[in-house]
Design a protein around this ligand. Structure first.
Ligand code: GTP
Ligand code: MG
Length: 375
């Protein structure tokens, strides 16, 4: 044969005529669907579209792994709250902002209402007439990102970039932007300290534009909210904007399965034994669940939420303190739940053996190097 028409090719590669002709038009190859293409050209087009199809698949694959979802979950997704971390230059008000939001939104009458007790807290926000939540991690943003990059998982959904309006964009601001971009985490900017006389939100916006963040009000797609951690101005608006950004991100998980997630922090408590704060990223964690974290295992004996309440279950995006592990797991490790304690123990044992073996091999290897050097 001496080729096929654009229309025939479009059918062959299962693409709309309009897409194929658009592609060919911009390449200057063809202008209507009845035009005949030679075989090499047709192949080139097919490859170009195949690549696009593959990329789309790869993206949804990547989304699944970064969000800890598998195929079965995709049929049972429910909206989950955004998990937010705060980044920014030293002294620009990261801690003050976290504290101000907690004080403003968590009733002080509630147990643990004011004092920070685990490395995360949630606030309730009225959004479009619904009660929604935002979860804040107080892990320094850059640490959360480093852990994420090392593991390819996503602990943070949104980064709040704090920039002091009286100081503007500084080195760590720029560093924070590049960290978030590399991790593909969207940025919502809090232009802080607007109560100060020398504050200029516009100057901050201008400086941020030089680093690729263009505010919505200037035609870009970056959300920027002027706030004050001291007076509390616009904190509600900031929360509102975080929920708006969360809607864009389409954050989902399947609560009807065994939990999966990441250790935020862990330590050995003299009275209670190993204590781990876990971020639930998929499924629901329940009392009695058999857990493996690295080579640590156990049965969830008690769970305490960020407001010091004992809870029976924890759902996606929430953080809880968990008791019942046989040892202190590592922050950043992922946890998994198994159907039985026996299974959990054997998975943990296998991992412990693997770890021992690789340690032995490493030490043998280093000894060999030493012998070689000596001889
Ligand atoms: P590091 O943890 O050291 O990086 O600092 P940070 O970003 O956590 O800043 P922090 O919250 O400690 O605030 C630094 C200083 O700025 C403190 O003296 C705060 O009281 C002050 N500050 C924070 N937010 C505001 C604000 O909105 N207005 C004013 N006027 N001062 C603020
Ligand atoms: Mg601080």
């Amino acid at each position: 044969t001496n080729g096929l028409t654009v229309h025939e090719l479009a059918q062959e590669i299962k693409q709309p005529d309009t897409e194929v002709i658009k592609f060919l038009f911009f390449k200057g190859i063809a202008t209507n669907i009845n035009q005949t293409l030679d075989i090499p050209t047709a192949k080139m087009v097919a490859e170009a579209f195949e690549v696009e199809v593959e990329t789309a698949e790869a993206e949804s694959e990547a989304k699944k792994t970064t969000e800890m979802l598998d195929d079965a979950d995709l049929e049972n997704l429910k909206q989950r709250p955004p998990v937010v971390t705060i980044m920014g230059h030293v002294d620009h008000g990261k801690t003050s902002l976290l504290d101000a939001i907690r004080k403003a939104k968590v009733a002080s009458g509630e147990a643990g209402g004011i004092t920070q007790h685990i490395g995360a807290y949630h606030v309730d926000v009225e959004h479009d007439g619904n009660k929604r939540q935002v979860v804040f991690l107080d892990t320094p943003g850059h640490e959360a990102f480093t852990a994420m990059r090392a593991r390819g998982t996503r602990v943070t959904d949104i980064a709040v970039l704090v920039v002091a309006a009286d100081d503007g964009v500084r080195p760590q601001t720029i560093e924070a932007i590049s960290h978030a971009k590399a991790a593909q985490v969207p940025i919502v900017t809090a232009i802080n300290k607007i109560d100060k006389e020398t504050a200029s939100a516009d100057r901050v916006k201008q400086e941020l534009m030089e680093h690729g963040l263009v505010p919505e009000e200037w035609g870009g797609d970056s959300i920027m909210v002027p706030v004050s951690a001291i007076t509390g101005e616009n904190l509600d608006l900031l929360l509102e904007m975080l929920l708006l950004q969360a809607e864009v991100e389409d954050l989902n998980a399947n609560p009807d399965r065994l939990a999966k997630g990441t250790v935020i922090e862990a330590n050995l408590d003299k009275a209670r034994g190993p204590v781990a704060t876990l971020l639930i990223q998929n499924g629901t964690l329940r009392i009695g669940d058999s857990m493996v974290v690295g080579s640590v295992f156990g049965k969830v004996r008690a769970m305490i939420d960020d407001r010091l309440n004992r809870v029976e279950a924890a759902s996606p995006s929430f953080a809880v303190e968990v008791l019942g592990l046989n040892d202190v797991p590592q922050a950043g490790d992922e946890f998994e739940i198994f159907a039985s304690e026996k299974e959990a123990r054997s998975v943990a044992d296998d991992r412990a053996t693997d770890q021992r073996q690789s340690r032995i091999q490493q030490s043998l290897a280093s000894r060999r190097v030493t012998l070689n050097t000596l001889s």
